[in-house]
Design a protein around this ligand. Sequence first.
Ligand code: PLP
Length: 405
Amino acid sequence: MTTASSTFIDRSSAILSHLEETGQLKKLQMIESPMGPRISIRGRGEVDCFCSNNYLGLANHPDVVEAGIEGLRKYGAGTSSVRFICGTFMPHEALEKRIASFLEVEASYTFVSCWNATEATLPTLCQDGDVIVSDELNHACIIDSMRLTTAIHKGVSKTIYKHSDMGSLREALLSATEKRSGNGAIFVITDGVFSMEGDIALLPDIRMLCDEFGAVLVVDDSHGTGVMGETGRGTHEYYGMAGSDIDIFTGTLGKALGGGAGGYVAGKRDVVELLVQRGRPTLFSNALPVTVACSAKVAIDTLDNNQSLVQKLRDNVSSARKGISEVGFEVLESPTAICPIIVGDTATAISMSNKLLDMGVFAIGFGYPVVPEGAARIRVQISAAHESEHIDRLCAALLHLKNDI
Ligand SMILES: *Cc1c(COP(=O)(O)O)cnc(C)c1O
């Protein structure tokens, strides 16, 4: 007998079979060691890791680990509550003050992820009559938050501009000015560092356009925080901008800042306070685990007290980029720690990434639909934890592949 539920399960199986047949099924690698420049994968042993967001190597830094253990001892394993009931612990306040001082803004508030933080921000801050203007290559959490916002507030509209194209942004702002109603606000939202291209938003130009049109600038600097700028403040610092030049930051604690989990919103006190009062992900979902808050705060302290980490990351990035292009691969030029090697076809990218793994180098291939058709790539990510031996092995493996093609 065919029931509704068996039909549904058959449908799910068919989708999975299709993914398998077309080489799109992701196989999750089981890591059996801490995250670091060299990790152990179940069934494979040790490999050099070039696909984590552990940009500063803080994920397994002894001080960061110890802070988590102390937090666990002192505050236990769980908050058992959302923030506004009884889920706000001392380490949350300490971390939020630390994030705000790090970014040189008035206040910040944490969430269990940057995804959550973004999902709290747009729907809470937007009202009917507002317009959201977004870069076409923005992260999925921004895209989905815009969908949520326009579904909740029927009077909010959105306009997408071509990636980092300031002419297109100007047109989008002109059309936003017409679309908004009454005192409607215009929000321009952009990634700081774009995760697939590894390029950076043109923040000074975007800031000028925002000023010209009276728009609010929101920057999700998840891949830029701890990486970009002289002291690792982020993409704005790379351009010599102050934290206060960005109206609202969103970011993650799950990348350079310890890599545990968690995200935040930072900016003016009243904007942050409105999210505390009204953001649904934080009113109805548990607080960031206290142990993670303890680790993340020490991660920021460690970054601030060891500026050599940011410098080492920069040095590693330039030597890896140089090495990759010397081997003969095209690596997109940029100052970020994301080095995409464009290989064209999706199947090629996946097979190259498998061959690299066989040679002990872990870097993931991305193809359509994550990136445009014909622009499949191996995404190599560099960390301050890498030593020259790791980068040498990466380049040697790439050379091997190049000779193979
Ligand atoms: C990684 C990333 C996120 C997701 O961060 P989580 O804290 O893991 O949810 C959000 N935005 C951007 C731009 C990212 O690169």
